[in-house]
Write a protein that binds this ligand. Structure first.
Ligand code: COA
Ligand code: AMP
Length: 635
């Protein structure tokens, strides 16, 4: 195959291109057309086609005679358990849990929140929801009760599915108290809660409200897959925006299945004989697309890893996994590799394992910084592919298309647009930027199948947040440039979203937490460079007149407030007191300017600034406090 032709076909004849790709799937009713306009004026894919995502991921393979093939490998260094589930076994578990959901009166269109650690039951719950046509919303375990409550109120789930505990390295985290607290905080009350009891910690169940997973499974009958329309939602996944309220990205069934199936071939070059490991978490989009749905729809073997790249037990964990499970393709976040490199700079652990099964290493979640790229390429000895995507798109916007035509990598670039994504760099007025010059990255509409349909219960927010800035385009919120060879370089966000250890976080949300502290008059949270996690949040806070509090005491209180309100995943560990914050005459804090100071970039001081002297004052303070990165680390 040739990338240029494939890409041209996808952009010039999207209808023919995507209908052809859709014919690779086992639909109940084939879609009559690929792309059409929905009632809200936006695009939708494969309307009128009927399918079931769990059927595609499980029943189809069993029917084709691949029931004995391993579908899912669970490897948990934190509990010492390894488990293999064949396609037949996984189907049986999913169909039975779907039967349990039906008994609990969960059906088509109902929402179910899944708050689970990285255990097979998380994938089983997701696939069971898909089987009965319910819409799942998985919430990452590192979020606090308050974040779960916000999602409960937005998604209004009928049921919550959880486990008795998560295990984070050496820490055991009971989930039930957190879920109970979230339900107590939320206005919406789910009708019940299903709890998977883990042997490491037993949760106390409330009779009549809490249901024991194992009991439900032993008393429920398997059910068949319910046909749904291609445009029916499969899931809602919340992601950070610029405000405190997370955005519920809505994914359809049909477009999602077609896109993921295509991506397994075109991007990852995966066959049904391969073992594919995405070292992420089911709480993130990578986990949805490439731990659960993509590899299973393809009929390959997927891996669920309940551990960390380091510390469970050491920096050789990834290589042990590759050897033990004969992993062919590994997908991880650059921060994981920086963590491994920090502990094992010479990659001595690699020597202890046979990693010859590994063909390709994909990286995403943040930009793959060239030092990490070079280290991984040299030490691992396989092609290292940076690819760029977002929760909203659900699959890579740009990648080296390893299954179409592998290309020579350019360090710092996520290579070329994936077929279907018409990527442009735009100037602020909407004109196309010249090659090599930075601008806002936008994607010409319609987006290909698999991308978000809307924001849950808030189509206006979808239109305002993504479609208004540039007419006829989806704004990605990232900036960067395209070089003369058509390679795309993503340089960072244009908004107040930061990326900490491959996790996308909203500084606006942290600001809301800080601003609620009685001592604080005003504040700004910015991301500063961190050699391990990429970025770390830092709060710049201005005290109310007359308030006197030790800076270290205040910092401690703020850290604990962010941890309790948003969760440990926010990694909020620093706050400094400032005398003033640079603002416009209308009183808006100049966050971009603060970001530029922290990144040690040329500072663009707007003419609307209220107090120009505040810039040098804050620059000096940030330097003194070690918050300004040396440019060398930003390469
Ligand atoms: N449940 C509960 N708590 C969690 C959690 C989860 N699922 N995930 C993370 N946390 C907690 C951590 O225990 C830590 O708590 P602490 O402050 O008490 O130590 C905190 O959240 C921050 O976690 P993290 O940023 O992950 O730091 P870490 O030091 O534990 O690990 C890395 C650092 C780099 C090893 C780890 O972040 C990593 O592997 N990142 C890859 C991320 C990824 O896969 N992203 C998906 C995109 S592909
Ligand atoms: P998330 O929605 O959590 O997947 O985060 C998406 C954001 O992470 C993107 O908008 C980018 O800012 C960043 N990102 C993800 N992958 C890459 C990449 N390969 N290169 C640069 N930035 C990336």
């Amino acid at each position: 195959m040739n990338y240029k032709n494939e890409y041209m076909d996808s952009t010039e004849s999207p209808e023919t291109f995507w209908l052809k790709k859709s014919s690779d799937l086992a639909w109940f009713t084939n879609p009559p057309a690929a792309c059409s306009k929905s009632d809200n004026g936006y695009y939708e894919w494969f309307k009128g086609g009927s399918l079931n995502t769990s059927y595609l991921a499980l029943d189809h393979h069993v029917k084709e005679g691949r029931g004995d093939k391993t579908a899912l490998i669970y490897d948990s260094p934190v509990t010492g358990v390894t488990q293999h589930l064949s396609y037949s076994e996984l189907l049986s578990e999913v169909a039975t849990f779907a039967g349990a959901l039906t008994r609990l009166k969960v059906g088509k269109g109902d929402r179910v929140i899944i708050y689970m650690p990285m255990i097979p039951q998380a994938a089983i719950a997701m696939l069971a929801c898909a089987r009965v046509g319910a819409i799942h919303s998985v919430v990452f375990g590192g979020f606090a009760a308050n974040e779960l409550a916000v999602r409960i109120d937005d998604a209004t789930p009928k049921l919550i599915v959880t486990a008795s505990c998560g295990i984070e390295g050496k820490k055991l985290l009971p989930y039930k108290p957190l879920v109970d607290e979230a339900i107590a905080q939320a206005e919406h009350k789910p009708t019940g809660c299903v709890i998977f009891q883990r042997p490491q910690h037993e949760a106390k169940l409330e009779a009549g409200y809490d249901h024991d997973w194992q009991y439900l499974m032993s008393t429920s009958q398997p059910v068949d897959a319910t046909p749904v329309d291609a445009t029916d939602p499969l899931y809602v996944l919340y992601t950070s925006g610029t405000t405190g309220k997370p955005k519920g990205v809505v994914r359809d069934n049909g477009g999602h299945a077609v896109a993921l199936h295509y991506s397994m071939d075109a991007i990852y070059g995966i066959s049904q004989d391969d073992v594919f490991w995405a070292a992420s978490d089911v709480g993130w989009v990578v986990g949805h697309s490439y731990i659960v749905y993509g590899p299973l729809i393809k009929g390959a073997t997927t891996v669920m890893y309940e551990g960390k790249p380091v510390g469970t037990p050491d920096a050789g964990a990834f290589w042990r996994m590759v050897e033990t499970h004969k992993i062919n393709v590994l997908f991880a976040a650059p921060t994981a590799f920086r963590a491994i490199r920090k502990e094992d700079p010479e990659a001595a652990f690699i020597e202890q394992y046979d990693i010859s099964s590994l063909r390709t290493l994909f990286m995403a979640g943040e930009r793959l910084d060239p030092p990490t790229y070079y280290w991984a390429s040299e030490k691992v000895g396989v092609p290292v592919i940076d690819h760029w995507w977002q929760t909203e798109t659900g699959w890579p916007i740009c990648s080296n298309p390893m299954g179409i035509e592998p290309m020579k990598t350019k360090p710092g670039s996520s290579s070329v647009p994936t077929p279907g994504f018409n990527v442009k760099v735009l100037q602020s007025g909407g004109e196309e930027q010249v090659k090599g010059q930075k601008g806002a990255i936008a994607i010409q509409l319609p987006l290909p199948p698999g991308c978000l349909m809307t924001i849950w219960q808030d189509h206006e927010r979808f239109v305002d947040g993504y479609l208004r800035e540039f007419e006829g385009y989806y704004s990605t919120g990232d900036n960067g440039y395209i070089d003369d060879d058509g390679f795309v370089f993503i340089m960072g966000r244009t908004d107040d979203v930061i990326n900490v250890a491959g996790h996308r976080l909203s500084t606006g949300e942290m600001e809301e937490v800080l601003a609620a502290h009685p001592a604080i008059a005003e504040c700004s949270v910015i991301g500063i460079h961190d050699p391990l996690k990429g970025q770390m949040p830092v709060g710049l806070v201005l005290l109310k007149d007359g308030v006197s509090i030790e800076e270290s005491e205040l910092e401690k209180e703020l850290i604990s407030r962010v941890r309790e309100t948003i969760g440990p995943v926010a990694c909020f560990k620093r706050a400094i007191v400032v005398n003033r914050l640079p603002k416009t005459r209308s009183g808006k804090i100049l966050r971009k300017l603060l970001r530029q100071i922290a990144a040690n970039e040329d500072v663009s001081v707007p003419s609307t600034i209220d107090d120009p002297a505040s810039v040098s004052e804050i620059t000096t303070l940030m330097r003194e406090k070690g918050l300004v990165s040396d440019n060398a680390s930003n390469v």
